[in-house]
Structure formats: C-alpha cells, structure tokens
Write a protein that binds this ligand. Structure first.
Ligand SMILES: Cc1cc2nc3c(=O)[nH]c(=O)nc-3n(C[C@H](O)[C@H](O)[C@H](O)COP(=O)(O)OP(=O)(O)OC[C@H]3O[C@@H](n4cnc5c(N)ncnc54)[C@H](O)[C@@H]3O)c2cc1C
Length: 398
C-alpha cells in the first residue's frame, strides 16, 4: 500500500497526538528526540538546522545562530524575524501574504530561499507570495517559540489508513457507533431552520439530531440548502482555489540514502523520504518517496517527465549511486489543500453554523491554523464540542 504522499507531523501537533493516543495509534509514529533538519543546498552541499534543548526563545535563537545553513548577516536578519514573530499579533498581519510579512523583516533572497520558502511551502502548501501570513506565523510560533520538543518531526511508520482510520473505526465500534464506507451523502435535509438528517446516494435517509459535515468545501454547495440559511459564504467558498501536491515513489534494488529524510533547497523536489529507514524495514533495496508541495509547475507534466525530474534531483544529492528504479508510482493530488490566501482566510467559516444543529469540520474551516492534519483535528474537536453542547441543551429542555 502506498500513501497519496508522505505526511509529516511535529511533536507540537498536540491535538493530533492526543487523538492518536485516544485511538491507540500513537506507537505508529516515530518522533525525533531532538529537532534536527538536514538540507541539501545547491552550492553549499549538506547543511543542518538543529534546535538546542534550551528554554524558549533561546532555543530558536540558538538554532538560527548555530546553523551552518545561513551566512553571518542572514543569521541577524533571521533573529529579527524571530523577534517580529514574538511581538506581532495575528491582527497586524491578517491582510498580508508571507512574502509581504518577510519583506517587513528585511529577509535576504538567500534566507528566503534556504529557510522561509521551504518552511512556508511545506506548512501552507502554497507559494509564499500567495499564502496568508497569519496562519503560517501562528504555526511557526508554536513550532519554534514553544518548548523545543514541539519542533521534533514525527513520521508515520505505517500507511496513513493504519495510522488514522483503523483505530478510529475500532474506537467508534466499541462505543456502539457505526462507520459506513463508500456511502456518499447527497443532501443535508433541513426543515424550519433545523437539520433532520441526511439523504444518501442510494436514496435512503439517515435521521439525526445533529450533523457534522466534514467534506471538502467544493462538495458543500451540493449538500447544503442553497438559501443562505446556514450563514456559510457558499459563493465565496465556490471561488476558492486549491493547491496541488505531487508525490513520487521510487523502488530501487539497492540503497544509496543513509538518512531518513532530507530537504532539498532550490530544487523542484522539496523533501526526500527513505521509507525503509523510517519503517525500520531491513529488506534489501530501498523505497524513496519525494514530495513537491504547491506543485503548480509539475502537476500537469507526464509521469515520465515527473519521474525524470525527480531522479535528476536525487542525482544532484546522491550522484550516480542513484541508478535506475525498478518501479515508480506518481501521485498527483490536484486539490491537496485549499489555498489559504489572505482573502480565503477572511471567509473561512466557523465550525458553528447559523443552523443550530449543523456543524462543520475540516482543515479549511476557521481554526487559525494552516490546512494541516492538526488543523483538521482541531476543527473536529471544536465541531464535536459544539454538537455535544447542542444535544445537552436540547435534552435538558425536553
Ligand atoms: C499529498 C498530501 C500530503 C499532505 N501532507 C501533509 C503533511 O505532511 N502534514 C499535514 O499536517 N498535512 C498534510 N496534508 C494535508 C492533510 O492531509 C489534510 O489537512 C487533512 O487530511 C484534511 O482532513 P479533512 O478531514 O479536513 O479532509 P479530508 O481528509 O479531505 O476528508 C474529507 C472526506 O470527506 C469525504 N467526502 C467527500 N464528499 C463526501 C460525501 N458527499 N459524502 C460522504 N463523504 C464525503 C471524502 O471522501 C474524504 O474522506 C497533505 C495532503 C495531501 C493531499
């Protein structure tokens, strides 16, 4: 089984880690003992970014000053951006893109290319000149200005279905719930400003006292009543754009990559993951997975072209040892995440709607965070909390 793309978490994804603990899946993550990122720079070769185990904010300052990824003057500029992150409130940057915010802190083109752009594209799945600054800054603040452990990367050692889905289904079954796969909802049924339930693709109706809709935004207009009673800006969401991610899996008969993962600077491939090492798989050969987020320049190319470009990138780092893979799989997710521009950020709807027993969940709803797993979990917890509150209130008045 191959995933649609390598997913990376951080130890600072507290709600996701709590969710995985709840469903008994937290052992399926391998978490770094120290935040340590290895990058490959096109002219300077391998460079490290390590966060020392100091109290905040000294750990971030220490990481910037101690990293051989940056020149001396860039370290000072990066520290300036770090101070700016500490001082600025989200309101001050709410209309800015990441590029505009970086402009206010005087970052050099090299500091952007080597540090900010890779972070921005990975976290936001969007180009820094388009992505909203405020969710990015919030995420960076929690990653790098909280306890140093927050910045440790956490990688799934099993396919995503085993990580997120199996345990969740068992959890629901154990509490008398039911999960129906491949049962599309066609319509949310409402009457007198209340949700009654949902109509399924096969025409059956499931009645319910409350409904949490967790579909992507482009599915919402077909499901919801179009008369505006939900208070959701369906027209605005209809204008939303999405950003693609392209992942390529390569299988080789031999090994050439000693690391679990590395970041590539200034290349189309942004991250390279060594799946065998991550999984602790000692079988001969290797399974390498590459990722390009905000992959506008790659997504429409043929599989052959994408594989060739990926191999070229691997060879710039590992040389001729890369050789030829015996099998490849290209996965294009054209609508991987919503594009969180400042305009989109302004219309992200709350998990609570104007219909008292209808709630929304999804990474695209208003969490203040980027469209990530952590944002999705936070939105789910918020929607569930509102739904429980509604049910308790309704039961207490019966
Ligand atoms: C290739 C790729 C790599 C990524 N990498 C990372 C990463 O490294 N770190 C990170 O934090 N995030 C990453 N993300 C983002 C992360 O996957 C999302 O933020 C997260 O999955 C969003 O969860 P969600 O529940 O909001 O939406 P989704 O996971 O999109 O779930 C929506 C669900 O609704 C279902 N649905 C749609 N229509 C209907 C209907 N009519 N009836 C019933 N069900 C319906 C869909 O089948 C789907 O299961 C990545 C995403 C992609 C695509």
């Amino acid at each position: 089984m191959v995933d649609n793309g390598q997913h990376v978490l951080i130890a600072g994804y507290h709600r996701t880690i709590a969710f995985l603990q709840l469903i008994g899946s937290n052992d399926f993550l391998t978490i770094q003992t120290r935040p340590d990122l290895l990058f490959h720079h096109p002219t300077r070769g391998f460079r490290r970014f390590t966060v020392p185990s100091l109290p905040p904010p000294f750990h971030f300052g220490g990481a910037l000053l101690g990293s051989n990824l940056f020149s001396g003057t860039d370290r000072i500029r990066l520290l300036r951006a770090g101070f700016n992150l500490m001082r600025h409130s989200a309101a001050e940057t709410e209309d800015m893109t990441i590029s505009e915010w970086l402009g206010t802190t005087g970052q050099s083109p090299e500091a952007r290319r080597s540090f900010w752009d890779p972070l921005a594209v990975s976290i936001m799945n969007e180009l820094p000149q388009l992505a909203a600054a405020s969710p990015f800054m919030r995420s960076i603040r929690e990653t790098f200005l909280g306890p140093w452990r927050n910045a440790c990367l956490a990688l799934p050692v099993v396919p995503l279905t085993d990580l997120y889905v199996r345990g969740a289904i068992e959890f629901i079954h154990a509490r008398g719930g039911e999960v129906r796969c491949s049962h599309d909802v066609r319509r949310i049924l409402t009457e007198e400003h209340r949700v009654l339930g949902v109509r399924m693709r096969d025409g059956t109706t499931v009645r319910s006292q409350s409904v949490i809709v967790s579909v992507p935004p482009y599915r919402l207009p077909d499901l919801l009543p179009s008369d505006g009673e939900t208070g959701i800006d369906l027209h605005g969401l209809g204008q939303a754009s999405y950003s693609p991610i392209v992942s390529t899996h390569f299988w080789f008969n031999h090994e050439f990559m000693p690391q679990q993962f590395i970041g590539l600077i200034g290349r189309q491939t942004q991250w390279v993951f060594n799946r065998h090492r991550i999984e602790g798989n000692r079988a001969p050969g290797s399974h390498i997975s590459t990722v390009t987020s905000a992959a506008y320049d790659l997504v429409d190319h043929s599989n052959e072209e994408i594989v060739t470009r990926g191999l070229d990138d691997l060879r710039t780092v590992f040389g001729s040892r890369v050789g030829q893979p015996y099998h490849t799989v290209v996965v294009r997710e054209k609508r991987a995440t919503i594009s969180l521009t400042p305009a989109m950020e302004r219309i992200r709807p709350s998990q609570k709607t104007a219909v008292p027993n209808l709630f929304l969940a999804g990474d695209w709803t208003d969490t203040g965070y980027p469209a990530t797993i952590e944002g999705a979990v936070i939105s789910g917890e918020s929607a569930a909390g509102h739904a429980v509150g509604y049910l308790q209130e309704t039961l207490s008045t019966v």
